[in-house]
Design a protein around this ligand. Structure first.
Ligand SMILES: NC(=O)c1ccc[n+]([C@@H]2O[C@H](COP(=O)([O-])OP(=O)(O)OC[C@H]3O[C@@H](n4cnc5c(N)ncnc54)[C@H](O)[C@@H]3O)[C@@H](O)[C@H]2O)c1
Length: 432
């Protein structure tokens, strides 16, 4: 059992706090958002994630876990302190480290004995060193700073915590490495090992991994553009490519581009920090450009199919940046919907869990609780997120409700021939 403190209780910190407590550790979650802290102590998660509500309830009840706004007390009581605050993008693409640095300073001021300070937030190379220096300015005793990047996928956060592909521990201290290995022992498997490395390599592993996954997505989106012109089917191309074990089938789904709170900012983050170090990352630069263009590429299909925007209504299915999450940060749907509204199009929308978050950006949209009410009277239906419940939709019912049977499928979830047979004008990505 280790006394742990997790600072920041968003997607990463909330998951870590609940899961570490569930492994038998005493865990304190800290956040500056007092409403969030109050809800968490009442058993209400700040995010939608399968299984985490139940684990939160169990661990609160069994008194291994509580949440507070009092960072100082929480740090004093803990041996391992995880920094899980946000690292958003600045307008120039650089990483805003103000939350990390402010927390580091508060930790430094609260230190009372040896502790391991763990950076779980995604941060540029050299941040562990910067955090160490900030703490040193405020505390003269012994401590270690570790880089332990997080790889969880929203929508599968709990599963990923307990079954990680790997655990990266970046540290220059053997003592800290042993403490971290002990902490993660319960989730380590032969095939999912703990990798101990230096802090800079650990920081770069995170950025390089996200940039590589983003590369696969932009790569297949670029192939989709080509496939469309020459009459090939990108889904078949991706399948044929992905079966090659050297390539792998994951992240080869053409669509409206990657979104979310990580890939867009991390791609820009690695570009910016490499540039600051005098290195131009040309492939990653192209990945960013292709992704920037992709929602526009799909928007053009919508506008072309609508012919004119005046008096038109588009029904949107899916608002979250991907299925099984309520996160709408940098959702490609946002770009497309914004442009459609600007063009005078009326929008109706449905998402199984992300409506409340999307409403904060677009209160003017008409929201519905199922796909059919959403599609009623629509001139076009746009599939923006590939939620499972859209896959086997009642096509006959859908067609009877729409004003015009046009579907623009931004996620390629239907078979073109089936949709044609069902009487739809069906437009997808990378398929004629
Ligand atoms: N969301 C993901 O899927 C994911 C996956 C891997 C890595 N990451 C990285 O993890 C980090 C956190 O991401 P997130 O999505 O959990 O962020 P988030 O925005 O959901 O949560 C951050 C939390 O930190 C709190 N916070 C900010 N300043 C604070 C302070 N001074 N003291 C206490 N709490 C404070 C905020 O109130 C908020 O609750 C980022 O660096 C992100 O890039 C995110």
């Amino acid at each position: 059992m280790t006394n742990i403190c997790v600072i920041g209780t968003g997607y990463v910190g909330f998951t870590a706090s609940v899961c570490f407590a569930n492994l038998g550790n005493d865990c304190i979650g800290v956040d500056i958002n007092s409403d969030r802290v109050k809800s968490l102590n009442g058993g209400i998660p700040p995010i939608y994630e399968t299984g985490l509500r139940e684990l939160l309830e169990i661990n609160l009840r069994e008194k291994r876990l509580y949440y507070t706004t009092e960072l100082k007390e929480a740090v004093k009581e803990s041996e391992v302190i995880f920094i899980c605050v946000g690292t958003p993008e600045n307008s120039d693409g650089s990483v805003d480290l103000s939350q990390v640095y402010s927390v580091a300073e508060s930790i430094g001021k609260a230190m009372n004995k040896y502790k391991v300070i763990v950076n779980k937030s995604t941060v540029p190379i050299g941040t562990a060193e910067a955090v160490k220096n900030i703490i040193k300015k405020n505390y003269s005793g012994e401590f270690d700073v570790v880089s332990n990047p997080e790889f969880l996928r929203e929508g599968a956060a709990m599963k990923d915590f307990f079954n990680p592909d790997r655990i990266i521990i970046g540290t220059e201290s053997e003592k800290a490495a042993e403490i971290m290995k002990h902490l993660y022992k319960a989730v380590e498997r032969v095939e999912n090992p703990i990798i101990v490395t230096d802090t800079k390599s650990a920081e770069l592993i995170k950025y390089a991994s996200n940039a590589y996954l983003a590369t696969k997505i932009s790569f297949i989106n670029e192939i989709a553009r080509y496939a469309e012109v020459v009459g090939a089917d990108v889904t078949k191309v991706a399948k044929g490519m992905g079966l090659d074990k050297r390539i792998g089938s994951r992240f080869l789904h053409a669509g409206i581009g990657y979104g979310g709170s990580c890939f867009p900012k991390d791609v820009k983050g690695i570009l910016y920090s490499a540039k600051s170090a005098g290195v131009e990352l040309q492939i990653i630069k192209a990945v960013d450009k292709v992704n920037h263009e992709q929602p526009e590429f799909v928007l053009k299909k919508i506008l072309l199919a609508l012919k004119t925007t005046k008096g038109k209504k588009v029904a949107v299915l899916g608002l979250a940046f991907k299925p099984k999450t309520d996160d709408v940060r940098n959702a490609p749907a946002e770009t497309i919907i914004k442009k459609l509204i600007e063009a005078g199009v009326k929008i109706s929308a449905f998402d199984p869990v992300a409506e409340d978050n999307f409403k904060k950006i677009f209160p003017q949209i008409e929201y519905f609780s199922n796909p059919y009410d959403t599609a009623k009277g629509a001139d076009l239906l746009f599939i923006s997120t590939e939620w499972d419940q859209f896959r086997d939709i009642d096509k006959k019912r859908l067609k009877s409700l729409m004003k015009q049977p046009i579907i623009v499928d931004g996620r390629n979830i239907y078979e073109p021939n089936e949709m044609k047979k069902a009487g739809f004008e069906y437009i997808s990505v990378g398929r004629k």
